[in-house]
Design a protein around this ligand. Structure first.
Ligand SMILES: Nc1ncnc2c1ncn2[C@@H]1O[C@H](COP(=O)(O)OP(=O)(O)OP(=O)(O)O)[C@@H](O)[C@H]1O
Length: 265
């Protein structure tokens, strides 16, 4: 579990994060949602140690990251996997070399074992055939899967994904969501996903933190969201007719008025 307590962050005169407290639940897909500029990325960068908050605590399973020694922080960083926006693969390396990279940097394994581990996670993300390909030779969805494989190759306890669906078609987005969800459950990872994708909110959002203008406006599960009366949250989430319909369907499903496997859902 990651607990954020009373996080404040300003850049110069500009206050970006205002007293944010929230929880990223263990073994769950935690989503940070909110309009552009609401502070999702700054908050996430604070959580992974790329920005230092002005005030507050960031507690990784009872250990406050902000009061750790350099060595402790280094150890924690090795338990954090990151999937960056745009995947951030090395163009000059093959898929397999990209995935082996964290092992080359941070493990003492032999080449044979590093390769074995990389192959294992590439199988996990269904990229058996792409080991020797270069990033330029594979699709956007495949690049995301390589990014995910690289993010989990060191068996992280915590995984951060920055807009994993950006630039993907809806079908591929669903596959990537499902993969993130499966990996989170199988490896019991505490996963945090920044997303604009409302389908993801409904499909994989075990726990959701909604940011509005640098404040945490709302926090709860994807079931709670259906019944939320928070106007800002509702305006944000159900801005489209499609999502309004989805909300009504889910409410009917929850009340048992329609079957869970109703094909309209
Ligand atoms: N390094 C920085 N220096 C100064 N201001 C910054 C810096 N990084 C972010 N900001 C400002 O912080 C605010 C929040 O930005 P942030 O990137 O966290 O928003 P976001 O919710 O992630 O948006 P998006 O969905 O567009 O990525 C913005 O006004 C942005 O300009």
């Amino acid at each position: 579990m990651i607990e954020i307590k009373n996080i404040k962050k300003s850049f110069g005169e500009k206050t970006i994060l205002q007293d944010i407290s929230a929880v990223m639940e263990a073994g769950k897909c935690n989503l940070i949602i909110g309009a552009s500029g609401s502070g999702k990325t700054v908050l996430t960068k604070c959580m992974v140690g790329l920005f230092k908050p002005d005030e507050g605590e960031i507690i990784y399973d009872k250990q406050n990251m902000l009061s750790m020694s350099d060595d402790e922080r280094k150890q924690l960083r090795q338990q954090i996997g990151m999937l960056f926006q745009g995947s951030a693969l090395f163009d000059s390396m093959t898929v397999e070399q990209n995935v082996m990279f964290p092992l080359d940097m941070f493990s003492n394994l032999s080449y044979k074992d590093r390769k074995k581990k990389a192959d294992e996670v590439l199988d996990k993300v269904a990229l058996k055939e792409a080991h020797k390909k270069f990033p330029a030779e594979i699709s956007g969805g495949m690049k995301k899967r390589v990014g995910i494989a690289r993010a989990i190759v060191l068996n992280p306890k915590y995984l951060f994904c920055d807009e994993p669906n950006s630039g993907l078609d809806p079908q591929t987005s669903l596959l990537i969501d499902k993969l993130i969800k499966d990996i989170t459950t199988e490896y019991k990872i505490t996963t945090t996903v920044i997303t604009h994708d409302m389908n993801s909110v409904m499909e994989i959002g075990d726990h959701i933190v909604y940011m509005h203008q640098g404040k945490k406006q709302w926090e709860g599960s994807n079931k709670d969201i259906i019944y939320s009366k928070d106007k800002l949250l509702n305006d944000f989430i159900f801005a489209s007719d499609f999502l309004q319909d989805a909300k009504e369907m889910r409410m009917m499903q929850e009340k048992g008025e329609i079957e869970k496997n109703d094909e309209r859902l």
